[in-house]
Design a protein around this ligand. Structure first.
Ligand code: FAD
Length: 185
């Protein structure tokens, strides 16, 4: 089974983890639940008329764990590109490796820069609209690449986009993968 590492556990990282774990990619997500979502009162997330950001995070964190993602409550201090993917090292000194890496670190952009990614307008880490970067199998989502559009639903959409690109590579040999379920399933 291919593996994906996700740094950052806000809406962007959690959404990517949801799509990947749901579709049987071995998924490890790192974060200490220190997202600014804990200051938010959501009235603008489609499908959720009203919810605190803390409740949103609690549900999201449980949802990805239930789907099989491993949530590591640690800070990532270092990440490196290897011949067959990426490694990340936590503040506890543990090292993990994976074929794919998604960076979803919000306003912290140093780890993305350490992998050679460039900053563009307003300090945004450069990535395509679909979250691809100049480095193969490395994706950047949410606030890290969109400092000018800091909304939870946009970060979650970016996370889904990065995951769909990974799933397209893994399951459809590059043809587009859609994560659809129907009422008849
Ligand atoms: C007061 C306030 C109110 C808001 N209200 C709303 C609102 O009503 N509606 C709305 O849509 N948005 C609102 N927002 C914005 C919302 O919080 C952001 O859009 C959202 O959090 C961005 O999600 P993200 O996943 O891109 O980044 P973040 O949520 O910032 O997530 C990044 C995560 O990565 C973690 N991280 C960073 N570096 C590392 C590392 N090295 N290792 C491990 N983890 C790391 C961080 O701790 C954090 O948990 C509000 C924000 C604030 C401050």
């Amino acid at each position: 089974m291919s593996s994906a590492l996700i740094i950052g556990d806000g809406p962007g990282g959690l959404s990517a983890a949801l799509y990947l774990a749901k579709n049987d990619i071995e998924t490890t997500i790192f974060g200490q639940d220190e997202t600014p979502m804990h200051y938010a009162m959501l009235y603008n997330y489609l499908g959720i008329p009203e919810m605190t950001g803390s409740e949103f995070q609690k549900i999201g964190r449980q949802q990805v764990k239930d789907l099989g993602a491993e949530l590591i409550e640690a800070l990532v201090e270092k990440t490196e590109k290897t011949d067959d993917g990426f490694t990340v090292t936590t503040d506890g000194g543990d090292t993990y490796s994976g074929k794919y890496l998604i960076i979803a670190t919000g306003s912290s952009r140093e780890l993305a820069e350490s992998l050679g990614l460039k900053r563009g307008e307003e300090g945004a880490i450069e990535a395509t609209r679909e979250a691809e970067t100049a480095v193969e199998n490395l994706f950047v989502v949410g606030r890290t690449t969109r400092p000018h559009q800091v909304q939870a639903i946009i970060s979650a959409g970016d996370g889904a986009s990065a995951a769909l690109l990974i799933l397209s590579k893994e399951k459809k040999e590059g043809k587009r993968f859609c994560d659809w379920d129907s009422v008849d399933d």
